[in-house]
Design a binder for this molecule. Sequence first.
Ligand code: UD1
Length: 422
Amino acid sequence: MDYLEITGGAKLKGEITISGAKNSALPIIACTILTDQKVRLSNLPNVVDIRTLLKLITMLGGGVNHNNTIADIDNSSINSTKAVYEIVSQMRASILVLGPLLARFGECEVSLPGGCAIGQRPIDLHLKALESMGAKIEIRGGYVKAEAPNGLKGAKIIFDKITVGGTENIVMAAALADGVTTIINAAKEPEVVQLCEMIASAGVEIDGIGTSELTIKGTNGKALEFKETIEIIPDRIEAGTYLCAGAITNSSITLNKVNHKHIRASINKLEEMGCEFELKDNSITIFPPKKLKPINLITMEYPAFPTDMQAQFMAVCMIAEGESIIEERLFENRFMHVSELNRLGADIWLKGSVSAVKGVQKLYGAEVMATDLRASSALVLAGLVADGVTTVRRIYHLDRGYDNLEGKLSSLGASIIRKKEK
Ligand code: UD1
């Protein structure tokens, strides 16, 4: 198994390019199931999660030609509608094939994802919404068995909770349904917006894109025709993570290919900490202060502060001058990184969904273990400033979602090496 060895203390400088957003690419790959024509996706991040979902598409019988950032997908040949446990257990987002498979083929079987390191993460809201569109759903042998022999019907769906994946699944299902679907309390994340725009570009009428109320006029079973190459939007979480790398190492670095609007919540918090920014067309440069100020932050749905940036900001707060308070509102168990960060000399107190992070003068390198994707990047950020060597194990979590993390950090001057366990 690979691990990372980081020697802390190096100043960073220079510029890097942000990759395409994993969380946008995943629903978009699933959405190609709604067409029997070829689709080209570009600006894909080179990460394991993308390869996992593309593998699932080939297991369904689809044709995939994937080369680094480009994938040509031909789903005219799909001959199976079963998403097997082997794939879904590796990546929960595979559940995104549920809506499109059911909409196009009238039946499917998708493994239930099961537990997860950051919380229970049920899919009850996805299922309830599909049922109100006329689907018959049973859980058998660990699988969701869904059927809609007479097709899906447009419906009014009110999500009890804002769910990104739930909104995406229902938008895709609604695109081929008979009649109009209204989603109240829809997610507004940029990744949801890109998916809606992709579907709208195929001629499906969607009102309210980017708002919490979406209205989708379905094609009544007619497969979609996506006209152009679909270019994945920049990854706002990757960009936020590198801004944190600049802040924690007190280094001025530039990120290219970013969408400023999508990273506004992270910029605002770093400004509160005393950082300044220069924003140009698609780039951003961070100018951190000598001493970072503490902050209070609460994770919430977009456009508020993203849960996927919580761990990285905790790392930055560990060396701020004073006490920061961080509250996690989206996932019930998303603080697994706290005990690992404390191994590096941080002073973090945790109770329930709230943590208090007292800034310390110095962190000390140690062996730590990654627990989930974003927690892993927080450990790497801490390692960049910790005295001595930090070894981060279980980095398969990192590889799921960060494109060439050690390569990008090394090009900025960090001392970070990937090694193999003997
Ligand atoms: C997506 C992102 C993930 C991010 C999360 C929140 C992808 C591939 N992943 O995950 O990186 O952290 O949004 O921004 O885009 N819930 C239910 N029942 C459901 C569905 C969700 O109770 O049927 C709960 C979840 O347990 C969680 C909350 O709703 O507490 C939000 O989850 P959701 O927005 O669905 O997250 P994902 O789409 O899984």
